[in-house]
Design a protein around this ligand. Structure first.
Ligand code: SF4
Ligand code: SF4
Ligand code: SF4
Length: 220
């Protein structure tokens, strides 16, 4: 059944260590950005930012919360990007790990289409014409190592392992926190390899937090 992540958003302290570790492992440069009054930086995914700690300020039941969401590709079980591309040289799913991998052949794909079919608005086109996103650190995982972001997370918000183990861990943790956060939920848990647990409704975090069924998608 290969691999998956369990991301417990309730444990995220927005330290951004995962974002930096992703840059370091994948040799991705920093980006020039502007302070727009948010702790979130850079403001969005790009071809050199695969992991982004999103921050939303929300009032829930009369209380102020800074909600953190360490966003990334969900490595969908049936990836719409892969199904749309219909080109295994450009996008394929690693049978051993489950990673959805983009290759240099993505240069020949129409970026708007691939981005348009992703329910989470993840892939981005770089200046070199290639499409890019989280790789699941497939090079590390195939050597028995954890993804760089998981390895560096100091609070166990990020977890990685066999998909069925992550599904079980996610369900167990959901049960535990329900007494504190009655609206807690697992996001798209039957459709993706990156299962998020949120304390509140996903729409409180950002617009694509749980988007598998909520967003109209392109169909062939
Ligand atoms: S490293 Fe862990 S705690 Fe820090 S921002 Fe990332 S997910 Fe959150
Ligand atoms: S989240 Fe988007 S980019 Fe990632 S596998 Fe799913 S459809 Fe593809
Ligand atoms: S799995 Fe690897 S590529 Fe994906 S967000 Fe984590 S560090 Fe980045």
């Amino acid at each position: 059944m290969s691999n998956g992540f369990f991301i417990d958003v309730t444990r995220c302290i927005a330290c951004k260590a995962c974002q930096i570790a992703c840059k370091q492992w994948n040799n991705l440069p920093a980006e020039q950005t502007t302070n727009v009054g948010s702790y979130q930086n850079p403001p969005d995914f790009s071809a050199v930012t695969y992991k982004l700690v999103r921050m939303t300020e929300s009032i829930v039941d009369g209380k102020f919360y800074g909600l953190y969401f360490p966003d990334q590709c969900r490595h969908c079980l049936l990836p719409p990007c892969l199904l749309w591309a219909q080109d295994s040289d450009a996008i394929y799913q690693d049978k051993d790990t489950g990673a959805v991998v983009y290759t240099s052949e993505t240069q020949k794909l129409k970026a708007e289409d691939i981005i348009g079919v992703c329910p989470y608005d993840v892939p981005r086109r770089g200046k070199d014409g290639l499409l890019a996103k989280c790789t699941m650190c497939n090079d590390r995982v195939k050597r028995g190592m954890e993804p760089a972001c998981v390895k560096t997370c100091p609070t166990d918000a990020l977890n990685f392992g066999k998909l069925e183990e992550m599904q079980a861990l996610a369900s167990e943790r959901l049960e535990k926190i329900k007494s504190i956060y009655p609206d807690a939920q697992l996001l798209d848990a039957d459709d993706v390899r990156v299962i998020f647990l949120t304390a509140f409704a996903p729409q409180k975090y950002h617009r694509y937090a749980a988007a598998f069924d909520a967003r109209p998608r392109k169909t062939r």
